[in-house]
Design a protein around this ligand. Structure first.
Ligand code: HPA
Ligand code: ZN
Length: 340
């Protein structure tokens, strides 16, 4: 491992843009398929990886959703989340706010309780075993109806103590934030934090970012890097303290580049930019790998990387007391590392 790789791996950090269903590694997929008697078209890990031929968001989602068929029982969801949490822990993650896509499961007959029960038990177990802290963000699928999203929100209310916020993901084309204005207003009333995907280089990226910031009033933006194209929106996000959850390795799969100049430019301007892994099993990089890829591409040194880690805690939905503790941990880590 290079010095920088070692530094990045040990750097205390939070992860804020991570889809649990996007952590389904081929090995686990085969294990669950066997357990549940699901026939898979591929026979080997290599054959699965060969299908990861993405060039945009749509082509990624066409692989991402069908793979979920192997997830059926609470134990399956438990193992998916537990294995991710151990991997995140090994990459310096202290706290994670993880997306899950309940409609991708309830839509094929898997009960909501099965999904969230499995995820929740994994969170409790990982916390007990390795000390990592984790929360769930319920994502609505934007290519389904607003009515289905509202029904999903209602279904989630009995589990509200297990869910920190709501988000919006899936295919963005033709599905603006405004479509879900009532759902997000209700979620806000119910006490949830709000975030939304404004994916990279979409048809209406700028208008979607504007709606998310001005009409919905989100607390964070997921991706949202195209904000650089509109000075007024950059200033609005800065003045409202809205953080961006960027995913450099993912960007290089769903567009032609990592968007490193845009990400570091926004960081330079003082926006609360964070680095995350999105769907690491598909894009081949967990969170530390994303820090490192960005560092190598943009020539970031340890001071900028430490700032990204501080931002990850600042942008998270933890208490100010815990934030102070994590920031002190980052400072101590950097001081120890630079002294050595
Ligand atoms: N964008 C939209 N939908 C998704 C993503 C993403 O980055 N990851 C998983 N579902
Ligand atoms: Zn995402």
């Amino acid at each position: 491992m290079t010095d920088l790789a070692e530094f990045v791996r040990g750097l205390p950090k939070a992860e804020l843009h991570l889809h649990l269903e996007g952590t389904l590694e081929p090995e686990l997929k085969f294990r669950l398929a066997r357990r549940n008697g699901v026939e898979l078209p591929e026979r080997t890990v290599e054959e699965v990886v060969r299908t990861y031929d993405f060039h945009d968001l749509t082509s990624f989602l066409q692989v991402y959703y069908p793979a979920m068929r192997v997830l059926r029982q609470p134990q399956d969801f438990h193992e998916l989340a537990y294995e991710y949490l151990l991997r995140a822990h090994a990459q310096g993650v202290r706290h994670v706010e993880m997306f899950f896509d309940p409609q991708a499961h309830t839509g094929r007959g898997v009960p909501f309780d099965t999904v969230i029960g499995g995820y929740r038990s994994a969170i409790v177990r990982a916390r007990r075993e390795v000390g990592i802290s984790a929360e769930l963000i319920l994502c609505f699928l934007r290519d389904y109806s607003a009515e289905f999203a509202m029904a999903t929100l209602m279904e989630a209310l009995p589990y509200r103590d297990w869910i920190i916020g709501v988000g919006l993901d899936s295919d963005e084309r033709g599905h603006p934030p405004s479509k879900f204005a009532d759902v997000f207003a209700r979620a806000r009333q119910e006490g949830f934090q709000l975030t939304m995907h404004c994916d990279i280089d979409q048809q209406d990226s700028i208008e979607h970012i504007r709606q998310a910031l001005e009409d919905i009033g989100v607390d964070r933006l997921d991706h949202g890097t195209n904000i650089v194209e509109d000075e007024r929106l950059v200033e609005l996000a800065a003045s409202k303290g809205i953080a961006l959850t960027c995913c450099p390795v993912s960007n290089s799969f769903v567009t032609t580049q990592m968007k490193s100049a845009e990400i570091t430019g926004l960081l330079q301007r003082g926006l609360t930019v964070t680095v995350n892994s999105d769907d690491p099993a598909y894009f081949g990089g967990y969170v530390a790998d994303n820090y490192l890829a960005l560092a190598e591409h943009a020539g970031l040194e340890i001071d900028r990387l430490a700032e990204l880690a501080r931002n990850s805690f600042r942008a998270s939905w933890i208490t100010s007391a815990r934030l102070a503790g994590y920031l002190a941990e980052v400072d101590e880590y950097v001081a120890r590392y630079t002294a050595a």
